[in-house]
Design a protein. Structure first.
Length: 477
């Protein structure tokens, strides 16, 4: 099973071993392979994948028996663990999905019993239990319990595949897209095909940490025959040391080296990526991310307002993830806001509640003071929301100004997690792709930017209407 943004990635060279590719849910794909090499090739080459999992065992548990016993027995008999876990290797177990179970109360119980079962099976076979991992485990196991069905997987990537390594230590915004999501959006937009054309320039007028630009450059460094493998940048990949995995790794490393060698020629063919960021600090952070990814020669960053940015080359494709309201507060601010709201509601429900005389406005405050505090908090929240709405409107209007003035004839893709903010673009999308990003349902919207002459022709009737309205107001005065 694989978690990806787009299943079309399986059509790329290097993944011919993947068979029976089927989308079973949004973002979830299952496929089969004659050998484990196909699974490791997927973990190495898929750009939009966050996990590639190999199903080891699945079993329906008996809800009438003790939960710990049924989990232990199913896990112990589910595989020949002494073959999967070689001498000296370590084991890790964690939960992926867990809900709607009959008698299993928590996922920690399942993780502990699965770990006990595997370690006991290895001890009985060799006389020694596996040692706990000090870092990344050699055999990372993932389980999910949907209802009473237990499924055990081996995580072929050793963790989330979005960690390419180039953002390690960089000052990245907490609301930034992760690398796999950014790559998936670019693939949905068709950048992997557009970047092969001569003279193509991509722009992100609100590039933030530069993740979209870096992923676009990484995609462009590969070619149709040998795509660069993004997962080679991972600091730890859980790969067993068998011949098939070694061959896959060597082939993928050769592809990546060829892609890096060809990166210098991209600029000479006119393929480049440019980004704009209003903050100097963010522009510097994006530059460090580009340097860490080895893509600095392809990416040009600048700082300043989006609406006044004039890129050196006219963009033929624009991608952007502008603010859309739900991510303006940091996680700490959201947590503090939630705590203050819950504490005020607890006070209203009884903590510090005054007497009946207090509730009528008498001494001690009581309900009256509680209600006043809540009203003040609501007024402050409304004022803050109004300020946010004005800021969002101005931001999206600047994006609209940039598209219409600097990108005539371009294809623009914009990510939005709030339906209301796109109205400020004053444009109608030609295509919409629904994508879940960070647990939020978003829309990846395509806009066709008209040529300047078309914009002027379409703007003439509106201008004439405004002139007639102004003349009517003068006559009425």
């Amino acid at each position: 099973m694989c978690y990806v943004v787009t299943a079309a990635e399986f059509q790329q060279p290097g993944l011919e071993a993947a068979q029976g590719v089927e989308v079973i849910a949004p973002g979830r794909v299952v496929f089969s392979s004659d050998s484990m090499a196909g699974g490791y090739a997927a973990a190495l080459c898929l750009r939009s994948a966050t996990r590639v999992l190999h199903l080891i065992h699945e079993e329906d548990l008996n809800p009438n028996r003790a939960a710990g016993d049924t989990v232990y027995e199913a896990a112990r008999e589910g595989a020949c663990w002494q073959q999967l876990l070689q001498p000296g290797q370590t084991l890790g177990v964690h939960c992926m999905h867990f809900y709607n179970n009959s008698n299993v109360t928590n996922s920690q119980l399942v993780a502990r019993r699965v770990r006990d079962a595997v370690c006991d099976a290895v001890r009985d076979a060799r006389g020694v239990r596996p040692a706990p991992p000090e870092g990344a485990p050699d055999l990372p196991l993932v389980f999910q319990m949907l209802g009473d069905r237990l499924q055990l997987f081996r995580d072929l990537g050793g963790g989330s595949l979005h960690r390419r390594g180039y953002r390690t230590g960089a000052a990245v915004h907490k609301a930034a897209l992760n690398e796999a999501a950014a790559a998936g959006l670019l693939l949905l937009a068709g950048w992997h095909e557009r970047c092969r054309q001569e003279g193509v320039a991509l722009a992100d007028p609100m590039c933030g940490s530069g993740t979209l630009l870096v992923e676009a450059a990484l995609i462009a460094t590969g070619d149709s025959a040998r795509p660069a493998a993004p997962a080679l940048a991972l600091r730890s990949m859980a790969r067993p040391r068998h011949a098939g995995a070694v061959r896959v790794e060597q082939a993928a490393a050769g592809s990546a080296a060829a892609g890096q060698a060809g990166a210098g020629g991209l600029a000479s063919h006119g393929r480049a990526a440019a980004g704009q960021r209003p903050s100097r600090g963010r522009a510097a952070a994006g530059g460090r991310v580009g340097d860490a990814a080895g893509m600095s020669q392809l990416i040009r960053l600048s700082q300043g307002p989006c609406g006044s940015w004039q890129p050196q080359a006219t963009p033929s494709m624009v991608v952007s993830n502008p603010p859309w309201g739900r991510r303006l507060l940091s996680q700490e601010q959201q947590h503090e806001h939630s705590r203050s709201s819950s504490s005020s509601s607890r006070g209203a429900e009884g903590w510090g509640r005054g007497s009946r005389e207090d509730s009528r406005g008498g001494r001690g405050g009581g309900w009256g003071s509680q209600q006043q505090q809540q009203q003040q908090q609501q007024q402050q929240a409304d004022a803050h929301a109004d300020d946010e709405d004005e800021e969002l409107a101005e931001t999206w209007q600047q994006l609209a100004s940039f598209l219409k003035q600097q990108c005539p004839g371009a294809e623009a893709w914009v990510l939005s997690g709030s339906p209301g903010v796109t109205q400020y673009l004053g444009m109608r999308s030609s295509k919409k792709r629904s994508v879940s990003v960070g647990g939020v349902k978003t829309a990846w919207l395509k806009y066709e930017v008209r040529e300047q002459r078309q914009q002027e022709q379409e703007g003439q009737p509106q201008e004439q209407q405004r002139e007639r309205a102004a003349a009517w107001q003068r006559d009425q005065a």
